[in-house]
Design a protein around this ligand. Structure first.
Ligand code: HDE
Length: 756
C-alpha cells in the first residue's frame, strides 16, 4: 500500500523500536565469573577450571551478551541486518545517484554483501570432497570393557556422534553413484574427548606406506591436461599406477567388485583398515581391527543402475540417507572388533597386522559386536556441519592407541595439516561441529578465527601466576597415556619388511570367495575400466597382474579387451576362501526398502491404498507412480501420486508392483502423451516409459509383480510371468507377501546369467 520503500521501512522501524522489537534471548549457560587478579606476583589458590573453550563466552570482554550461541547467531531476530546487526530497509537496490546510477562507493551494505559472497567458498577436501553426513548416537554394549578402558565403550554409555560418508576421487559436486571407495568417518563426542574413527567401506588400502599417497591420488584424479574423467578410476593414469604398483591390486579388486557401487550409504560396511591397539585398565594391550556392520545388510547397485542413477539422480546416496532419516527409518550399524594378541611380531596366522593391504578373514578372527550406531538427525546447515567437520586419526581417547602401520603414521600427520589450508588456520577445533563435548583447557592461543575469550595470564607450564593451573591428570584421572610399546632397535632405512612383498594372495582370496554372479560383475568392471584406457601397454600390464590372481579372471577380461591372455609370472597362492566376503547368501530385514506401486490412476484405487498401507506397516517405503501427478482415488481416501511416468526411473525402487488393469487389452496404461512414444514402441499401445520401468527393474533382478491383469503389461515389457521373482496374485497385499522374502536377499540373483 505504501509505495515509498523508505517511508515503509521507517514506519516499520518506529513500530519495532516502540515496543522494544522482538524478544531475542541469548541462549547458552552463563559463564563462570571472571577471576579478578588481586596481586599479580603472589601465587594463589588453584583457579577454577577455565570456561570450556567448546562453548565460547556468551559474555563479551565488556560484559555484554555476545549472542555467541553459534548455530543461531546468524538467525536471531525478525529483521534483516548487516553483519554488524544494523537493521536494513532494502537489499535489492544498490545506492545510486538517481535510479540510473552511477552506483556510490559509500554503499556499505553493497560492499559487505558482495565481499562476503566473494569468499563463501573454501577449498574442498583434497580427497573425499563429495560427502554427506548425519548426527546420531552410539550405545556401547560393554563387551569391549575387558580389552579397553575407553569410557565410551562401557556398558550402556550413550555417546553423540557425527558420521560423514564420502566418495574419494570426485569433486564436491560430483555424482554419488560412481565406482569408487567410500569414506565412513565417525566422530564420537565422548566424555573423555573426541575419538574419530576415519574409515572406508573397503578394508584394505592401495598403498602400504603414506609416502605413496600423493602418487596414488594423482594417478586416480582426472588427467592433469583436460581434467577428465571426473570422479572415477576408468582411465589411463589410474591403471598405469596400479599395474606398476602391484600392492594396489587387492584394493582395486574390491573397487571392481560390487563394493565399489553401494546401493546406499545405509547398506555399506565400514572398516578402520589399520590395526589399532586397545589398552585395558591394567595397561594390558590387544591389537584390533574395527568393523561397522550395517543392520540392513551389505547391498550394491548393479553397474547399469549406477550409470543411470548418475544421470537421473547424481545425489542418489545423499538423498537416500537424508530421506531415510527424515522418514524415521534410522540407519544402524554395529561396531565390532577382531582381536589379536599383541605379540612382538604383530602377525596373526601369518598375516602381517601392520600391512594395510591385508585383511584377516572373519573365519579366522570373528568380528565381535561392541556397540550400536544409530543415525537419527539430519544436519541443518550443510556447510557448517558436513563441510566444516574435520576428522583426524590422531583424535584418540584413553584406551585406544595406534600401531606402527606406516600408512597410519602418515595419516597422523596429514589430517591436522590439511585443515590449515581447508579451514584456514589452527583453530578449526573451535568450529561448532568440531568442538569436543568434554571440557577443554588447553594452552593454545591466538591464531586466525580464534573464538575463545580466554582468562588467566599464564598460558604456559610450569607457571605460578595462574596458581599452576591447569594441572596434569594421571592414568587414574583419565589421562591419555601412550602404551609403552617396545620398539626393536634397528638402523634407519627406506625399505619395506619382507612380509609386505606379497601382493597377490589376498586379491586371489577375495576373488575365490565371490559367488558366480559377483565374479561376473568383477569381470565386467575390469573390462569396462580397462576398455576406457587408451594405452595397450597399460592394459597388457594390468592383465599380467590379473594372471597372478586368477587364470579365468585374466582370460575373460583379456577376451573382452581383445588382447592375448598372459601367463602368470609366479605360482598362484594356495588360499582358503572367506565366505564372509560375499554379499550374497545371507538374508536381511526388508526395512527401509523402497516399493514402487504403479497405477494408472483409475483401476482399483482401493487396492492401491491398501497396498500402500501394508508396505508402510512392513517398515518399508511406498512410492506411488502414475502416468501423471495428482491423486489416485477420490474424496478423503485419495492418495497422492509421488512419481509420474516422467519422473520415475527404476533405479530408485527395490521392487515394483503394478496395480490391476480393468480389462485385458484395455488402454489404461496406454501412451496418452504421443511425444513420449519412441519409434518401434508404438505397437504395444502401452506407455513406453512404463515398459522401460518394468524391463529395467527386471533386468536388474528386482522383485516385480502385479495383480488383476498386470500380467499382460509385464509380458509386453519383456517380463515373463514364469521368470524367477515375478509375482502375480489376486491383490497387491498378496503380491507383497511373496515379495518380502525376495527382498531379504536384495535381488533375484537367479535371473543373472552366469558363466564363471
Ligand atoms: Fe584419508 N585423508 N588419507 N584415508 N580419509 C583425508 O583429510 C590421507 C586413508 C579417509 O569425511 C584428508 O580432512 C593420507 C585411509 C576418509 O572429512 C587428508 C592417507 C583411509 C576421509 C587425508 C590416507 C582414509 C579422508 C582430506 C595415506 C581409510 C574423509 C580432507 C597415508 C582407513 C573424512 C581431510 C571426512 C580424508 C589423507 C589414507 C579415509 C588429506 C595421507 C587408509 C573417510 O588428510
Amino acid at each position: 500500500s505504501n509505495s515509498n520503500p523508505l517511508k515503509a521501512a521507517a514506519a516499520k522501524l518506529t513500530e519495532a523500536l516502540s515496543d522494544g522489537g522482538p524478544a531475542e534471548g541469548v541462549p547458552g549457560a552463563p559463564s563462570p565469573e571472571p577471576v579478578a587478579l588481586e596481586e599479580a606476583t603472589e601465587p594463589r589458590e588453584p583457579l577454577p577450571p577455565k570456561s570450556d573453550q567448546g562453548a565460547p563466552e556468551t559474555v563479551s570482554p565488556t560484559g555484554q551478551p555476545t549472542g555467541a550461541e553459534p548455530a543461531r547467531k546468524a538467525q536471531s531476530g525478525a529483521y534483516l541486518t548487516t553483519a554488524q546487526g544494523t537493521r536494513l530497509y532494502d537489499t535489492d537496490h544498490s545506492l545510486k545517484v538517481g535510479p540510473r546510477g552511477p552506483v556510490l562507493l559509500q554503499d556499505h551494505h553493497l560492499r559487505e554483501k558482495i565481499m562476503h559472497f566473494d569468499h563463501e567458498r573454501i577449498p574442498e577436501r583434497v580427497v573425499h570432497a563429495r560427502g554427506s553426513a548425519a548426527h546420531g548416537v552410539f550405545q556401547a554394549y560393554g563387551t569391549a570393557e575387558n580389552v579397553t578402558r575407553a569410557a565410551f565403550l562401557r556398558k550402556g554409555t550413550e555417546t553423540p556422534v557425527f558420521v560423514r560418508f564420502s566418495t574419494v576421487l570426485g569433486s564436491r559436486g560430483s555424482a554419488d553413484t560412481v565406482r569408487d571407495t567410500r569414506g565412513f568417518a565417525t566422530k564420537f563426542y565422548t566424555e573423555e574427548g573426541v575419538f574419530d574413527l576415519v574409515g572406508n567401506n573397503i578394508p584394505v588400502f592401495f598403498i602400504q606406506d603414506a609416502i605413496k599417497f600423493p602418487d596414488v591420488i594423482h594417478a586416480g584424479k582426472p588427467h592433469p591436461d583436460r581434467e577428465i574423467p571426473q570422479a572415477q578410476s576408468a582411465h589411463d593414469t589410474f591403471w598405469d599406477f596400479v599395474s606398476l604398483h602391484t600392492e594396489a591390486q587387492h584394493h582395486t579388486m574390491w573397487n571392481m567388485s560390487d563394493r565399489g557401487i553401494p546401493r546406499s550409504y545405509r547398506t555399506m560396511e565400514g572398516f578402520g583398515v589399520h590395526t589399532f591397539r586397545l589398552v585395558d585398565a591394567a595397561g594390558g594391550t590387544t591389537l584390533v581391527k574395527f568393523h561397522w556392520k550395517p543392520k540392513l545388510g551389505v547391498h550394491s547397485q548393479v553397474w547399469e543402475e549406477a550409470q543411470i542413477a548418475g544421470g537421473v539422480d547424481p545425489d542418489f546416496h545423499r538423498r537416500d540417507l537424508a530421506d531415510a532419516i527424515e522418514a524415521g527409518a534410522y540407519p544402524q550399524w554395529e561396531l565390532g572388533i577382531q582381536t589379536f594378541p599383541d605379540t612382538p611380531e604383530q602377525t596373526f596366522e601369518g598375516i602381517d597386522l601392520l600391512d594395510p593391504t591385508k585383511i584377516v578373514p572373519e573365519e579366522l578372527a570373528p568380528v565381535q559386536p561392541i556397540g550400536l550406531l544409530t543415525l537419527n538427525r539430519n544436519p541443518s546447515d550443510f556447510f557448517a556441519e558436513t563441510e566444516q567437520v574435520a576428522f583426524h586419526v590422531g583424535h584418540l581417547v584413553p584406551g585406544i592407541d595406534v600401531t606402527d602401520d606406516p600408512l597410519l603414521a602418515g595419516r597422523l600427520f596429514s589430517y591436522l595439516d590439511t585443515q590449515i589450508t581447508r579451514l584456514a588456520g589452527p583453530n578449526f577445533n573451535q568450529i561448532p561441529i568440531n568442538r569436543p563435548h568434554a571440557p577443554v583447557n588447553d594452552m593454545l592461543r591466538d591464531g586466525f578465527h580464534q573464538q575463545a575469550v580466554h582468562t588467566g595470564v599464564a598460558p604456559y607450564k610450569p607457571n605460578s601466576l595462574d596458581g599452576g593451573c591447569p594441572f596434569f591428570a594421571g592414568a587414574d584421572t583419565g589421562a591419555f597415556v601412550e602404551s609403552p610399546v617396545e620398539v626393536p632397535a634397528s638402523r634407519k632405512s627406506r625399505e619395506a619388511p619382507a612380509s609386505f612383498a606379497d601382493h597377490f594372495s589376498q586379491p586371489r582370496l577375495f576373488w575365490l570367495s565371490m559367488s558366480p554372479v559377483e565374479r561376473e560383475h568383477i569381470i565386467a568392471a575390469y573390462t569396462f575400466e580397462l576398455g576406457k584406457c587408451w594405452s595397450n601397454t597399460i592394459k597388457e600390464r594390468q592383465l599380467k597382474a590379473l594372471a597372478n590372481i586368477d587364470a579365468e579372471l585374466c582370460a575373460r577380461v583379456a577376451q573382452g579387451l581383445g588382447l592375448p591372455t598372459p601367463e602368470a609370472s609366479q605360482p598362484l597362492a594356495d588360499v582358503r576362501p572367506s565366505p564372509a566376503l560375499s554379499q550374497i547368501g545371507q538374508e536381511w530385514p526388508p526395512d527401509g526398502r523402497i516399493i514402487g506401486i504403479i497405477t494408472d490412476g483409475a483401476a482399483d484405487p482401493e487396492g492401491v491404498r491398501a497396498l500402500r498401507q501394508t508396505v508402510l506397516d512392513s517398515h518399508m517405503v511406498p512410492l506411488v507412480i502414475a502416468p501423471a501427478g495428482g491423486k489416485v482415488g477420490t474424496g478423503t481416501e485419495a492418495i497422492t501420486v509421488q512419481r509420474t511416468f516422467a519422473t520415475a526411473r527404476s533405479v530408485e525402487f527395490d521392487a515394483l508392483v503394478l496395480a490391476g488393469v480393468p480389462a485385458p487389452g484395455g488402454d489404461s496404461y496406454g501412451a496418452r502423451d504421443a511425444k513420449a512414444v519412441e519409434p518401434g514402441q508404438r505397437q504395444t499401445g502401452l506407455d513406453p516409459r512404463l515398459l522401460l520401468l518394468a524391463s529395467e527393474a527386471f533386468r536388474h533382478a528386482k522383485a516385480i509383480g502385479g495383480w488383476a491383469g498386470a500380467e499382460a503389461v509385464l509380458e509386453a515389457a519383456g517380463v515373463p510371468a514364469s521368470a524367477p521373482g515375478v509375482v502375480l496374485a489376486d491383490s497387491g497385499e498378496a503380491v507383497l507377501t511373496e515379495i518380502i522374502p525376495l527382498l531379504a536377499r536384495h535381488r533375484v540373483w537367479d535371473r543373472f546369467p552366469t558363466t564363471v
